[in-house]
Design a protein around this ligand. Structure first.
Ligand code: KIV
Length: 273
């Protein structure tokens, strides 16, 4: 974090994110699911850490985000919070914890906040989930919206293809963005939608809009940390830029270790008591 001045080193708040948008300063966001990664990501100067329900895929190997439970998300959130000093920590409410009723939603939201000590929550969906969003906001919990490709609805969509290419879906997305802003959400994630549409939303709403596969005309970007570090080889959407090839680095390091153990080279005399 050497390049951050003393003001920038202070804990990121929802208010500060809004000021960043007003100044035209882009917001950086990555996922993390555990203490060690969160500590590295926070120390490198990220603005927002998302404890994404993509933990279901990345950490547990599930095909979708649907199976992850509230308790599992709380476990990941607690681990991340322990590693973070500066970034705003946002936790995904998992599938099934906010759709049944607004009362259940606010109870689950309070539980995540109380036990994990995270800073905010993210919920997928538009006007359909507004009653839950409002109850959670009324409890004093900051909410980030998530529109476009919403992976918890994959069984309804049937595909991970780009969303809102047709006018009707695009207009609904714009209306949903305004409804979430009017309700009091502090920010929005837009996933895998046309860049022009995302730019329009970012211009029309006053809250920061963070994109993933939504082009450069928004207020910030988010990626799944394992994807941008190149820890897997089988996920290569157009929007993903890999900043490292950890798959290769780890494979080589582990292979080297196996060789050294088998040959008796490790441990040497200096590496023992
Ligand atoms: O769960 C997640 O990682 C997300 C991001 C893709 C925005 O919701």
């Amino acid at each position: 974090m050497g390049y951050l001045n003393s003001e920038e080193k202070k804990k990121v708040t929802t208010q500060r994110l809004r000021e960043m948008k007003q100044r035209g300063e882009k917001i950086s966001m990555l996922t993390s699911y555990d203490y060690t990664m969160a500590k590295i990501v926070d120390g490198a100067g990220i603005d927002i850490i998302l404890v994404g329900d993509s933990a279901s895929n990345v950490m547990a190997g599930n095909v979708t985000t649907l199976p992850i439970t509230l308790d599992q998300m709380i476990y990941h959130a607690k681990s991340v919070v322990r590693g973070v000093n500066r970034a705003l920590v946002v936790v995904d409410m998992p599938f099934g914890t906010y759709q049944i009723s607004d009362t259940e939603a606010v109870a689950n939201a309070i539980r995540i906040m109380k036990v994990s000590h995270a800073d905010a929550l993210k919920l997928e969906g538009g006007v359909e989930i507004l009653p839950s969003v409002r109850r959670i906001l009324d409890a004093g919990i900051p909410v980030m919206g998530h529109l476009g490709l919403t992976p918890q609805s994959i069984n309804k969509f049937g595909t991970y293809a780009v969303r809102a290419k047709e006018e009707a879906e695009a207009e609904k997305l714009v209306a949903d963005a305004h409804a979430l802003e009017d309700a009091g959400c502090f920010s929005l994630v837009l996933e895998k939608i046309p860049a022009k549409l995302a730019e329009r939303v970012a211009k029309e709403v006053s809250i920061p809009v963070i994109g993933i596969g939504a082009g450069g005309g928004v207020d910030g970007q988010v990626l799944v940390v394992a994807d941008m570090l190149g820890m897997n080889t089988d996920f290569s959407p157009r929007f993903l830029r890999r900043y490292a090839n950890l798959f290769e680095v780890i494979t080589q390091a582990v292979g080297h270790y196996v060789e050294d153990v088998k040959s008796g080279d490790f441990p040497n005399e200096k590496e023992q008591y």
